[in-house]
Write a protein that binds this ligand. Sequence first.
Ligand code: BES
Ligand code: ZN
Length: 851
Amino acid sequence: MRDAAPQTIYLKDYTPFGYLIDSVALTFKLHPTQTRVLSKIAFRPNPDAPDRRFFLHGEDLNLISAKIDGKDVTTRDVDGGLEADAPDAPFVWEAEVEISPSTNTALEGLYMSNGMYCTQCEAEGFRKITYYPDRPDVMAPFHVRIEGQDPILLSNGNPGAKGDGFAEWSDPWKKPAYLFALVAGDLINHPGQFTTQSGKEIELNIWVRPGDEHKCAFGMQALKDSMKWDEDVYGREYDLDIFNIVAVDDFNMGAMENKGLNIFNSSAVLASPETSTDANFERIEAIIAHEYFHNWTGNRITCRDWFQLCLKEGLTVYRDHQFTADMRSGDVARIENVLALRARQFPEDQGPLSHPVRPEEFQEINNFYTATVYEKGAEVIGMLKTLVGDDAYAKALDLYFDRHDGDAATIEDWLKVFEDFTGRDLSQFKLWYSQSGTPKLSVTEDWDASTGTFTLTFTQSTAPTPGQDQKDPKVIPVAIGLLNPNGDEVQATDVFEMTQASQSYQVTGLAVRPIPSILRGFSAPVVLDHDIDNDRRAFLFAHDTDSFNRWEAGRDLARDSLLAMIRDGAEPNALYLDSLQRVIQDPSLEPAYKAYLLGQPGDSELARALSEMGETPDPDAIHAASKAFRKAKAQALAAHLPALYEAHLVKGPFLPDADGAGKRALANAALSLLTKLDAGSAAQTQFDRADNMTEQLAALGQLIETGTGEAALAAFYDQWQADRLVIDKWFALQVALATPDQAAGVTRKLTEHADFDMKNPNRFRATLGALAGNHAGFHHKSGAGYALLTDWLIQLDDLNPQTTARMCSAFQTWRAYDEDRQELIKTQLERILAKKDLSRDTSEMITRILG
Ligand code: BES
Ligand code: ZN
């Protein structure tokens, strides 16, 4: 039974389960509406547990029979599962249940996607498969038998007996139920092979639907690169004979790290030059790495309870960031990660959904797979590494794997490893896990010419967040470099460890007043408040030896110019445009980095910047200023654009490597500016001759923006109508680039298109998610954007609560806007809350957003 009323679960209430499990045997008799699941589980009393209540989770299950030690047993239905009287001694539980995968639209538990059976059990989906203690601290080896007519039958672990209509799998490593997986269908494999550092041969497969075979090669290479990297950098070797990846079209998330059987959203694994952009390739490489890396950080060492989610996710995101930095450009990867952090995590941490990296309460755990747990969780690991140093980090990780292999661990366990290894007291550092909100770090400068002493005084403060009025000072590693007025570095990067509310950093014996470069490499996830003038920013933009801060200086100049344009119609800052024109010609900078120099803060980022300063953003004014600023950049760079564009067009066959991707990114950035001057003629040429999706999609976007995209959009649809992943792009681009007045109308029309399918999360996100991302369109003063998204969230909630709830975060910034818009949004939020049988997922999100 599902919970009647929403219940809040607290970290402080954790107690171990009353029993341990020695083995699990499952038999699946597959059928679209009447799948039978037989379970045989060997329990034994847990000496560490306070009580022996025998409670098993279960949801939407039809119980056929239950036995203990071979005898029928009476079970009692309780909230979220069943109870039975069990012996205070080892015993065997046997049950048979019936479930209906084909009607499971929530895509959690066992469900069907295009005729194929698949599972998603994290976080609490296994309870929709059979009765079980569905909690991550209960770990066991699984043996699985699948009976079904599908040619391919897969589960976790190593393959066992196999025959007509059945297959068996054994996973020797004990695991929690959330890592269970089963796949059955008519699938084709793209095979591969990997030899581990100790010489073990591993069979690799990427399983796809017929027709997708040509989209597997890149993912296979990414998998091999990940396996090698985890051996080289973390000393971690793979531990089964086989590693399978399956691509499914209907999936709530990007991918899932089930032991030996990773299941991927097809958008996160399938790639070909014709159908995937460079950004897609980069994301696929990162996700494959991420799920593979979970084999050690997540599977071999898992989480004691879901409050510890960042233990596996923050660490694994950190590891996939390191991998991407090694595979591609570290400088560019850092900019990308910080952009993502600011776009996703900062709004969350500064609004009603703000929560600690390790939350202390939740109603629905699916709502806590957030940018804070993931991205801020990864930043916290990065800070820890900065504080202890690379060498100590590597050795502490070895100790972590030694000490906790096979455990369901906690953040306390994680930090203790670092404390034991380094002798450092990390109790203050731990505040990064328990205190929510983005710290503001203010800095002032002082120069004493008589002694050559330069002083930076830092003050940290964090605004109150839901449930946390008082904030204590945190440990903040501030990376600082000093430059001479001629641009030479007088002091290389030094890490200042700030621990107090206010603290100074001093350098003496300097000949001239230096120019500081502060928070290099974005050494902590804070908002830096450093009141410096444009000349200083332009100096850093021209000379900073830290590539992140150099980019940041240009970005700050651009942002301040945009804010002045928004506030009082100022002209675009000539100093910025002039500096950009010079920096873009610097031959020592790589193309991918230059492409980021040509970017500018998006509308949402500008809105957040204004609200951080206590002002009310006007979406129309922001939109107009962004457009005018782009035009001004195009004019300022006019003389260089054609050459910049031509020089970076990549000739020859498409290779999805970092070098080619960087050139294409720069060519496309140049094209976007050129289009502001030539009304789309270069874009039309690129569209007509493009032989890869990176160039085709960029050109299409430019044509849409100039209002001349109709024919190209139709041609694009004709060309790609058979490819679901490309048609997702076709939906998303039209919505993302619709003008503010047309965005809601364009979106509504697309929801009426024959190819719109609300049950497919990718298509739903491509359409309604893109609307939420079109800032001026979504926040149109008519309220049409808010109303349309709400209509669809209300419909989707009955089918797929998880995806509905995630998309509610589109409303999280609502208090930043004017009273009229707040009123419009509030009406919609209340409309969602009033829906009959609203899911626990969505109800929790809306309640928190309303505050
Ligand atoms: N364990 C998650 C998948 C997951 C998320 C399951 C939420 C259940 C609920 C997986 O490892 C993951 O984090 N996937 C990310 C991609 C990753 C590269 C950050 C995803 O799916 O977006
Ligand atoms: Zn993950």
